[in-house]
Design a protein around this ligand. Structure first.
Ligand SMILES: Cc1cc2nc3c(=O)[nH]c(=O)nc-3n(C[C@H](O)[C@H](O)[C@H](O)COP(=O)(O)OP(=O)(O)OC[C@H]3O[C@@H](n4cnc5c(N)ncnc54)[C@H](O)[C@@H]3O)c2cc1C
Length: 397
């Protein structure tokens, strides 16, 4: 069987890269290990409206479960701030339906999708082609897109650097019905005891339903169950709620891997560490970089040269558009998680009292947060917040 390109992984990053390559008439095969695209799902489904627009995506009504206009952020003490900009900031989508819709879109552009096809080996031939091996089949292709998600097993086999073990945080969430919550606001709960290294969330789905989840450095399901029983606000929200289903996954708190391409190969999405470390969100940023990977692959086909020399344009584009952005989010997340609960309280309370939220409202962007972070840290009022918070850096780190 001969294809121009093979994409390993039928998640959003893989499907978007495949569509981009197929748009130019190249033959693309997506290999997905699971029997069905979109299943099993493990995502909270919160995607910014602006991010979807920049991906050129308008999900159909049956994919969209709710729209939200902002977030209420809770400090460990229960004190909260509201980050809202008075418009429909984000959509809450059903990831099973979203991925399956992306697969239909890709198929309509000529992409072939093979499910139940786990790639077990990837190797380089003398002529620069890659051999991709599944249980039943071998393929030789000029360009391979690795979109295997956070596991990053195959990326390692190619010799490229991979995501560190410490950047993969276990996550667990429940879908519940009968919850008492404002239906247009996401709620985020911080606290070193509640969720060390990350946070807990409630994402309203409309009609009294919600996703209630938590990610942290360890024991996320145990911590989530405890929070649902004991956290004063989460417990209150769930007073009359019934759990419909639970799901686990890996949230990445990472920066991009150092090299994204090699001869005949590009790595995209979670596998490349293309996530916002502040929230673990990777659908939009991973999608944007996957489109860049697809565009670069098309240029390589046009030049008849799929060596690293040409494909490294993908690295350069990601470097100039996203890398610094994502690295700053990573450092911010690390700084926040180095604070004790008292430090988190003081940052959230002081930022509110000193009026710093107006910067967030004016400059905030759910996906590209560098501008707001740089504005905040260059504000003299933030120096005060920082000086107070410095006392609360965890001495054991
Ligand atoms: C609990 C939770 C909540 C989240 N909430 C959000 C959110 O609200 N918003 C957001 O933007 N992001 C969120 N994320 C992150 C988001 O899910 C990922 O960033 C996104 O799915 C990455 O897309 P991807 O295509 O790179 O990888 P994935 O979606 O993981 O897709 C990778 C695909 O590759 C397949 N695969 C892997 N190895 C092989 C192989 N060897 N052969 C064949 N197929 C293979 C897998 O089966 C999978 O289908 C959340 C993650 C978790 C865990």
């Amino acid at each position: 069987m001969s294809q121009d390109a093979i994409v390993i992984g039928g998640g959003p990053a893989g499907l978007l890269a495949a569509s981009k390559i197929a748009e130019k008439g190249h033959s693309v095969l997506v290999l997905e290990e699971h029997p069905e695209i979109g299943k099993p799902d493990h995502c909270a489904g919160l995607l910014s409206s602006s991010g979807l627009k920049s991906l050129g995506l308008k999900p159909p009504d049956e994919v969209v479960q709710n729209t939200v206009s902002g977030a209420r952020i809770y400090a460990p003490s229960g004190h909260s701030i509201l980050v809202e900009r008075g418009r429909r900031e984000a959509l809450v989508i059903d990831r099973r339906k979203f991925d399956s819709w992306l697969a239909q879109e890709a198929s309509s552009k000529g992409v072939i999708i093979s499910t139940n096809c786990k790639v077990v080996e990837i190797s380089k031939q003398k002529d620069g082609l890659r051999t991709i091996q599944t249980k039943n089949q071998n393929y030789q292709v000029p360009i391979t897109v690795i979109a295997e998600g956070a596991r990053s097993v195959l990326t390692k086999k190619t010799g490229l650097s991979t995501l560190s073990k410490g950047s993969k945080y276990p996550a667990y969430q429940y879908e519940v019905k009968g919850i008492e919550i404002e239906e247009n606001l996401v709620e985020m709960f911080y606290g070193r005891r509640l969720a060390p290294g990350f946070f807990a969330w409630i994402i309203p789905l409309g009609g009294g339903r919600a996703r209630v989840g938590l990610a942290s450095k360890n024991k996320s399901k145990i911590r989530l169950d405890a929070a649902m029983r004991n956290h004063p606000i989460i417990k209150k929200r769930l007073k009359n709620a019934v759990v419909e289903r639970g799901m686990g996954g890996i949230v990445l708190v990472s920066k991009p891997i150092s090299r994204l391409s090699a001869d005949g190969l590009v790595v995209v999405g979670d596998a490349a560490g293309m996530v916002k470390a502040t929230t673990g969100g990777g659908v939009i940023v991973g999608g944007l970089t996957a489109l860049e990977a697809g565009r670069t692959a098309n240029e390589a086909f046009q030049e008849g040269n799929h060596s690293r020399k040409i494909l490294s344009k993908y690295d350069n584009r990601c470097r100039s558009q996203f890398r610094r952005e994502l690295e700053i989010m990573y450092l911010t997340q690390k700084a926040l998680s180095s604070l004790t609960d008292k430090g988190l309280d003081s940052v959230i309370k002081d930022a509110h009292e000193l009026g710093l939220l107006s910067i967030v409202r004016k400059e905030g962007d759910m996906d590209l947060q560098r501008r707001v972070i740089l504005k905040l840290i260059s504000d003299p009022r933030m120096v005060l917040v920082g000086l107070k918070a410095v006392r609360y850096i965890n001495p054991f780190l």
